[in-house]
Design a protein around this ligand. Structure first.
Ligand SMILES: Cc1ncc(COP(=O)(O)O)c(C=O)c1O
Length: 436
């Protein structure tokens, strides 16, 4: 049967008259072979309005750690929906989830919730500034911490305009941003402890926070080099800088306790979203008590009408309870499926003579077509052959595999070895077509 997305295309045309660009988020405009309209998802599969079935590695850009429509989460939300939608007051499920997070997350002296990862990051930076009385923060080139002005800086800068590798310029990620945010941030290359050390030696007294994805999933799926996170911990302590791990992607995914459990390094604050709620819009900030007390004693404002929305909290509590109960089977499975996919992708690239790096950590797999032997920072990642990758992703969609344009493949607990093997078969044909 030939692949058709005629209905999606017709809906997109109609949507463009009312919904800006026909899509709900800017990044979806670039979708290959074009934005699609989806109807339902079950386990690792998602179905569009043209009746096409895809093995899904987008997983909602990460939240669907348990796959589509996970039963415990659906049941919990169903039960809650008839009882209370929102109260602007408290609900017992908030305590249950918070107690779970305290058990699971090394950083969690106390927790608070928001609706999106961007808000949780904003809270973390605000707490760090209030705690230190300093204003600047360090972020790393290629790391994504959300789309608001203070953080959408040097995410995917054009390397030709981004300055020297050791001292990158702060490059705004959008039009319409206020200029002073660029002066508040010090952008550094990742995985290079010497640069951090030299920067803090000179400017540590100005720096409130150092924020990092503990695994650089958003650009290249790069693992921290040996001793790197430990080094960041040591240096931030030495210079009185608040260390923030942005675990929006790594949290609950690379281990139940996230990257801080996997690598045994505990930050001062950490932010969560995506996997925490298995598809519902929830984020959290967790941190050392002395820091979180700043929002308790009122010196730092933390707000949000939709914070701890009962539907979302019921779903998240069910998701995290499931992960806690099944951790001994879920995480080995996620890692085994990640390795299986990585091995398959490497073999396919080798068969077609396409140099590649198939990396990432556990169930956050990353594929890049590149001549470089390894990808250790943003400049390596930016040098990949993205034109070929874009064709490859479009050819995969036609063959029933949906994956992310930037090279990330998210695997859920619902993906089976058969799904991975079928995917690898599709990648073989897709790469041949993309090269042809
Ligand atoms: C590491 C990281 N931090 C923060 C965010 C922002 O989260 P949200 O899109 O929920 O605002 C994202 C989103 O992809 C992310 O990957």
């Amino acid at each position: 049967m030939t692949y058709s997305r005629a209905r999606s295309q017709a809906l997109l045309e109609r949507a463009r008259n009312s919904l800006a660009g026909g899509v709900g988020s800017g990044v979806r405009l670039a979708e290959q072979p074009g934005p699609l309209y989806f109807e339902r998802g079950v386990g690792p599969r998602i179905y569009d309005v043209d009746g096409n079935e895809y093995i899904d590695y987008v997983l909602g850009q990460g939240p669907l750690l348990l796959g589509h429509s996970p039963q415990p989460v659906i049941d919990a939300v169903r039960e809650q929906v008839g009882q209370l939608l929102i109260s602007a007051g408290e609900h017992v499920v908030e305590i249950e989830l918070s107690e779970r997070l305290q058990r699971i997350l090394p950083v969690a002296g106390l927790v608070r919730y928001n609706g999106s990862g961007s808000e949780a990051v904003a809270s973390a930076l605000r707490i760090a500034r209030a705690a230190t009385g300093r204003e600047k923060y360090i972020k790393f080139e290629g790391h994504y911490h959300g789309w608001p002005d203070p953080v959408i800086i040097s995410y995917w800068p054009n390397p030709a305009q981004a300055g020297p590798r050791e001292q990158p310029h702060a490059v705004p990620g959008s039009g319409g941003m206020v200029g002073h945010v660029l002066e508040e941030v010090i952008v550094l290359p990742w995985n290079d402890l010497e640069v951090v050390e030299a920067t803090l030696r000179e400017r540590g007294h100005e720096v409130a926070a150092l924020i990092t994805e503990p695994i650089m999933v958003n650009s290249g799926g790069i693992a921290p080099g040996p001793g790197y996170l430990e080094g960041l911990r040591r240096l931030t302590e030495q210079y009185g800088v608040v260390l923030i791990f942005d675990e929006v992607i790594t949290g609950f995914r690379v281990a139940l306790g996230g990257a801080q459990e996997l690598y045994g390094v505990t930050p001062d604050l950490a932010t969560y979203a995506k996997g925490i709620a298995a598809g519902l819009p929830l984020a959290a900030i967790a941190g050392r008590r002395e820091l979180m007390d700043l929002i308790v004693n009122g010196s730092v404002l933390h707000g949000g009408t939709y914070n701890t929305h009962p539907l979302v909290m019921a779903g998240a509590n069910a998701a995290v309870a499931y992960l806690e109960r099944e951790r001994d089977t879920v995480y080995p499975h996620l890692f085994a499926m990640g390795d299986r996919l990585r091995d398959g992708l490497r073999a396919v690239c080798a068969r077609h003579g396409v140099p590649c790096v198939a990396g990432g950590v556990g169930p956050a797999v990353q594929l890049a077509f590149t001549n470089r032997p390894a990808i250790v920072d943003y400049r390596d990642y930016a040098a990949r052959d993205q034109a070929l990758y874009q064709k490859f992703v479009a050819q995969l969609a036609v063959r029933g595999v949906r994956t992310i344009l930037r090279g990330t493949w998210y695997i859920s607990a619902a993906h089976t070895a058969d799904d991975i093997d079928a995917t690898v078969v599709a990648t073989d044909a897709a790469l041949a077509a993309a090269l042809g």
